[in-house]
Design a protein. Structure first.
Length: 370
């Protein structure tokens, strides 16, 4: 057992009831849906949304917020209770995983054009980290299907397949518990659901919907639902392998063709969530802050394709990350799934490491660059 595993397991009895990302539970299951959010624009919103605008999912409210990457929030659109992940297609439609269903937003006109209910029963629409409903979400390369990981409290999760033309759920596939993230292979042939509470990735064939489960647990599975040392987010590399950062110490590299997991060293030494690849293959990994004695504070790891890393300090917990199309800027959301979140993003210059904070939404989690 590693020193990190020993330290975390030793502290688990103290932190498991207070720490959000550790276990399944119903800590927020009785919470009422949040009141409608309001956004005070930092500048008058244009009639049409400009390219490069950011879109964030307001997990602390019922909206998505459009953000000028230089000035701050422009506008917000109601989508449903506690939106988590989102993805935007080439046609400008955003698909947003909420507690109530997948909302569809026209990002050019900034209008909600519908919401698709889940086929899976997840209980009342509530808020908080353990709420039922959509979490990770991804879009097929051809834009014909959306895949959303649905959390079913205290049970295995479900991958739901949405036909983007009919806007209906066409299929469901059982996957791991609390599917934090969903990704699609570059050719669209497979979908990957990362099961946080089951230490796994489920690979689902897009044509037959046959599924294979791969355990991804470089620290082992000791501690079960109470463990901190679980997978959160993945990024799919050009060679088809999945990259899953753990604790700023280990990068799990899953080959879905063989199921084998290789482990490479990382250097940030902090609990990690969001993962994203820039156009040149650089991995961005969000460090949320310490979970045990001796851990480092929040950071953004910038890891080049040859494994070299730079670690940029961040002020307080963060959750997810997106990159500008030119690969020069990262946008890191401050929403976070546990206590310590804040209403904004940190903008990181990936060449210089310079950072500044920008107000953005209400506990923003998922993020996309339009």
């Amino acid at each position: 057992m590693t020193a990190r595993a020993r330290g975390v397991l030793g502290a688990m009895a103290v932190v498991v009831l207070a720490a959000g990302c550790t276990a399944t539970g119903t800590a927020d299951s009785t919470a009422a849906p949040p009141p409608a959010a309001t956004v005070t624009p930092s500048t008058p919103a244009p009639a049409r949304t400009a390219q490069g605008t950011l879109l964030v999912a307001d997990f602390g409210s019922d909206t998505v917020t459009f953000v000028d990457p230089r000035r701050g929030p422009l506008d917000s659109v109601k989508v449903g209770t506690a939106p988590y992940g989102l993805v935007v297609g080439e046609d400008g439609r955003a698909w947003v995983a909420t507690a109530e269903g997948v909302a569809v937003v026209d990002t050019e006109t900034r209008e909600n054009v519908g919401r698709i209910p889940y086929a899976t029963e997840t209980g009342p629409a509530t808020t908080g980290e353990y709420r039922g409903g959509g979490m990770g979400i991804a879009l097929a390369p051809d834009g014909k299907h959306v895949y959303v990981g649905v959390n079913v409290p205290d049970e295995k999760g479900v991958l739901e397949v949405v036909d983007t033309a009919t806007r209906k759920v066409t299929d469901t596939v059982p996957v791991g518990r609390r599917p934090f993230d969903v990704d699609v292979s570059r050719d669209g042939g497979e979908v990957y659901a990362t099961g946080h509470d089951s230490f796994d990735v489920t690979a689902v064939r897009a044509d037959t919907l046959t599924a294979r489960r791969f355990e991804v647990a470089p620290y082992g599975t000791e501690g079960g639902l109470g463990s901190w040392l679980k997978p959160h987010y993945a990024a799919v590399r050009d060679d088809g392998k999945l990259l899953l950062p753990f604790e700023g110490e280990k990068l799990a590299v899953l080959d879905p063709r063989t199921g084998k997991v290789a482990v490479e060293p990382m250097t940030a030494d902090t609990h990690q969530h969001g993962a994203r690849l820039t156009p040149d293959g650089t991995l961005l990994a969000v460090g949320t802050g310490p979970i045990g004695a001796g851990d480092d504070d929040a950071s953004l790891t910038i890891r080049t394709a040859d494994g070299k890393e730079r670690v940029v300090p961040l002020d307080g917990p963060h959750e997810d990350v997106a990159a500008s199309r030119d690969g020069r800027t990262a946008y890191v959301t401050g929403g976070f799934t546990r206590d310590g979140f804040w209403d904004g993003i940190t903008v990181v210059d990936l060449r210089s490491g310079d950072t500044h904070r920008l107000p953005a939404g209400h506990r923003p989690l998922g993020i996309a660059v339009l």
